[in-house]
Design a binder for this molecule. Structure first.
Ligand code: AMP
Ligand code: TRP
Length: 347
């Protein structure tokens, strides 16, 4: 890809991240994204969080469900501690700057770069790729626009988004180079913590995903205490007890996953968890994990359900967030039109 470029120093730190409202959210979304989004609010910098509804329609969505899932997503952000007074929380389609900048980035990104995106390959694997939408293929260019429309410098995400952020850097660097400007910052992915990749409960080599056909593979943020306990009890493991060091988890993906989940939920390191539970059998470790998961998740589920009883209020919060987002993005995208030579003479 393009040669590495230093981050221009002129940009102050600003956080942006997004989640697709394309289905119910999982424990993976909570630990890999939502929980960390809330923590970032304490760093004294702008935090901008977006429900990326335009990304969601890269595969067909039932309109009524999309609306409902967008509200559920907003409720999940708020219930996880994202405060709409301290962060900007909105849905992507309400701010036209994203789609406008995405088109310009479509003209900057190269086909060869897009062809290397593993998420597109994964999402079309075993299917007829010729029949995938053009939007699904161009998805990373819209994601780059989401971030660059705010001159965001840091993007907290799970491990699976790393390649898309590298592409964002390449697009920004190529735009700067092609137009002889230092207009876009070069983003830093923020991939940290014990749960950057929460795995399926049925297969420790696959990521936990809302699109997995088996509901047993994931914990949903809407699951009740019984469902959480049952899923953890039935989670795939191996017959060995927990080792006393992390080395002992090598080649035991399912065991490692449960340890990582325990660590992330309890705010400990995986090494501490292993040390604490050394020699324990899964029959005794799993109920402790289930208890911890229920203690952390059930207040979130309860709060989500409370918020969802007033959809008009959620829509109002998203609208207000969109106004604040627009105020930042509009001047940046206007400047892009100027840099690229588009006449803007309307009053
Ligand atoms: P998505 O649900 O694909 O829109 O992802 C939203 C955010 O959650 C992104 O930052 C992802 O990296 C993160 N995420 C999704 N699934 C997982 C997982 N299994 N483990 C960790 N992070 C995840
Ligand atoms: N592609 C991300 C995902 O599937 C969602 C996303 C869209 C995003 N735009 C973003 C994440 C901008 C971070 C920043 O998880």
């Amino acid at each position: 890809m393009a040669e590495p470029v230093q981050t221009p120093q002129a940009f102050s730190k600003r956080i942006f991240s997004g989640i697709q409202p394309s289905g119910g959210l999982t424990l993976g979304n909570y630990l890999g994204a939502l929980k960390r989004f809330a923590e970032k609010q304490n760093e004294g910098i702008d935090t901008i969080y977006c429900l990326v509804d335009m990304h969601a329609i890269t595969v067909w969505q039932d309109p009524a469900k999309l609306r409902q899932q967008t509200r559920e997503g907003a409720a999940a952000f708020i219930a996880s501690g994202v405060d709409p007074a301290r962060s900007i929380l909105f849905n992507q389609s309400q701010v036209g700057a994203h789609a406008e900048l995405a088109w310009i980035f479509n003209c900057v990104a190269r086909l060869g770069w897009m062809n290397r995106m593993t998420q597109f390959k994964d999402k079309t694997a075993g299917k007829n790729a010729e029949n995938a939408s053009l939007g699904l293929y161009a998805y990373p260019s819209l994601m780059a626009a989401d971030i660059m429309a705010y001159h965001a410098t840091h993007v907290p995400v799970g491990e699976d988004q790393k390649q898309h952020l590298e592409l964002t850097r390449d697009i920004a660097a190529k735009f700067n180079h092609d137009y002889g400007v230092e207009f876009f910052p070069i983003v830093e992915p923020v991939i940290e913590g014990a749960a950057t990749r929460v795995m399926s409960l049925r297969d420790g080599t696959k990521k936990m995903s809302k699109s997995d056909p088996s509901d047993q593979s994931r914990i949903n943020l809407t699951d009740d205490a019984d469902a959480i306990a049952t899923k953890i009890r039935k989670a795939k493991t191996d017959p060995d007890p927990l080792p006393d060091t992390l080395d002992g988890l090598k080649d035991r993906p399912e065991a490692r996953n449960l340890v990582n989940i325990y660590a992330a939920l309890s705010g400990k390191t995986a090494a501490d968890v292993v040390a604490e539970h050394a020699g324990a059998q899964f029959v005794s470790f799993k109920p402790k994990l289930a208890e911890l998961a229920v203690a952390v998740l059930s207040p979130i589920t309860t709060e989500m359900n409370r918020l969802l009883r007033d959809p008009a209020e959620i829509d109002r919060v998203l609208g207000q967030g969109a106004d604040r987002a627009e105020a930042i993005a509009r001047p940046i995208v206007d400047k892009v039109y100027d840099i690229t030579g588009m006449i803007r003479s309307r009053r």
